[in-house]
Ligand binder design. Sequence first.
Ligand code: NOJ
Length: 741
Amino acid sequence: MKQSELVDLLGRMTLREKIGQLVQLDGGCFGTDAVAVGPRAKLGVTQEDVDVCGSVLNVLGAEEVHRIQDAYLERSRLKIPLVFMADVIYGYQTCYPIPLGLGATWDPELIREDYNLIAEEAVADGCMVTFSPPVDVVRDARWGRCLEMPGEDPYLSSRFARAMVEGFKGDGTPQKSLASCVKHFAGYGAPEAGREYNTVDMSEWRLRNEYLPPYRAAVEAGCDLVMTSFNTIDGIPATANRWLMHDVLRDEWGFDGPIITDYAAIDELRAHGVAANRREAAKLAMNATVDIDMKTPCYAHELEALIETGEVSLEQIDTACMRVLELKNRLGLFEDPYRTCSPERRTEVTCTPERLESARKTCDEALVLLKNEGGLLPLTTGGNAPCVALIGPYANSRDIIGMWAIHADKTHSVTLAEAFAEVLGDDGFAWAQGCPTLDDYSELGEFGKIPAFGAPTGEGADLETMAAEALELAASSDVVVMALGEHMLQSGEGGARTDITIPAPQKRLLKRVRALGKPVVLVLFNGRPLSLTDVIDDCDAIVEAWFPGTAGGRSVADVLFGTVNPSGRLTVSFPHNVGQEPLYYAQFSTGRPAKTSTHSGRFVSRYMDCPNDAMFPFGYGLSYHTARYDNLRLSADELTADGVLEVSIDVTNEGDIAGTEVVQLYIHDKVATRVRPMLELRDFARVELAPRERRTVTFILREEALRFWTPEHGWASEPGAFEVMAGPNSRDLLVGEFELV
Ligand code: NOJ
């Protein structure tokens, strides 16, 4: 449709129809009368509200999308199609590793390609807009939603945000492109004490320097929508925050697409205590330029009255409605209201060999080798293969996809035991669960009983028999692989924890296995950084597998048996102890830095009972080769405002196998008008090295990379001394210096 036709359409719409475009309801409301009456009544919406509603939440399945769209259009006066939006976060039916794992690849190019494939698969089954990418900076491991994000660093997260948005765009054709919605704007990753939905309060300086950049990168990459977050910013919930939505997002960043709330967030303004009733809540959100009300009756029932009283203008409604119409037009819905989805198309593209292979390749890159004492890994196969015992709740589980993979087709998932059988043959190893995932499943609530989310395994079993079987197996093997971790529901939305260690029954089993004196490999399944202090000495090797997705079993086997030389590097800091949270590498010096202060040992910034630093720092990961980094050099000792500085470092593979290094570049602004982090990531490169190969990696640094935000000057750099550092992780770095002049 041409823009003039859209304007004409808007002109023909009644106020009620315009408001309807601003309302999003879930599939339950669209059923036949008898089925839908319940959900509608629960939500407090009428059939008339449904008849003019503009979009649908979390309905997928080509048949269902056709059915709802057809019924809707038949009743609709102006035949404006519904737009179907859903959470397709890290895969649709083919499931990739959770985003913490995607981050660990340090390979945004690869992730862009993956998101192309995800888009095509989701579109084929009726998805038109995905509520993705989530790019909240995550620095508190207690927060359950760490799993959904690429990591703790603003620069790295920005690179992934851009890649994900571009990936969803695909080639722009209806079959291969999905509209994206960056979320959760803003600062959702910093709830106090890591507790879900809790208050977020930080200075504008911190917000702009550390939390806003990834959302901005997504906007600049052309994401179509923005979702408000549940939290407050400066005491005002994001959904009612005109400064954030209008002044920053629209005016400063130039975003003119629809802003949608997170689930029920307008109504929650009452619970926040900033609105006395739904009318006030609707007014606050509309005045903040929030266009779409997800899953509440606030806009549907209150906007007309607000227009009558003059508290909201007709122009505001027209602007918001036009944003939704323009989105529908961009998606081509006026020409094809199903946007090419069909059961046939789904069959053609879903879980194809190409997709399963891409999930495996990405997962191979996402796994992080955290420990490998005595070079225990990779395990030998073939003639001299050790006899392997595979033990633990994840030994043969398909629940390795993470909480947000709600549409994943688990029939394609490969368990660890199945993958071991492919490598070692059925007789080459044996497995046993050994213990339940948790001692007490009640913390998972009702969700824990839903099979799709990984129903309790081992609940009510005879625990001693279970353990005895596993111990016997371990005793008769040469090496034990323990597949342990969090229950899939212990992370994700609503998954805040104060104890971020491996669940108790699994630790008990690990210690009993350890007592047998066999070499132990720990494979971890989890959706957040874990504190591993209490198990670190009970194993010789650790592979961080995250929730690895459809291809997870095979990828873990690839790494354990050496088909793949691990290259994943952490994008979140793993603490020694939960008490260190929030923990992140880009710390500030403080006036009394623990290592360099001249004050007596007690009166410096440190813990009495725990190191300051991470157990496994940002950027960290091992490989089966070892690499040497040396000869850091700068092309000049000064950088001018329009000049470039080349920073080079030599990287040598000292091993006899090929491997990949993730070379990382950090800066430190030594003296500035405001304190600056001791380290800030500014670039990185994945470098493939043949055995014994030495390569020079050169990064280009420009003045732009030295800017930071202050209320006085906005984004600007300050002349003076800088350190520049390069190396394999944020701890082991070579340092150079230069002046910005
Ligand atoms: C709530 C979550 O916070 C958000 O990420 C998600 O997109 C919506 N629910 C819709 O399912």
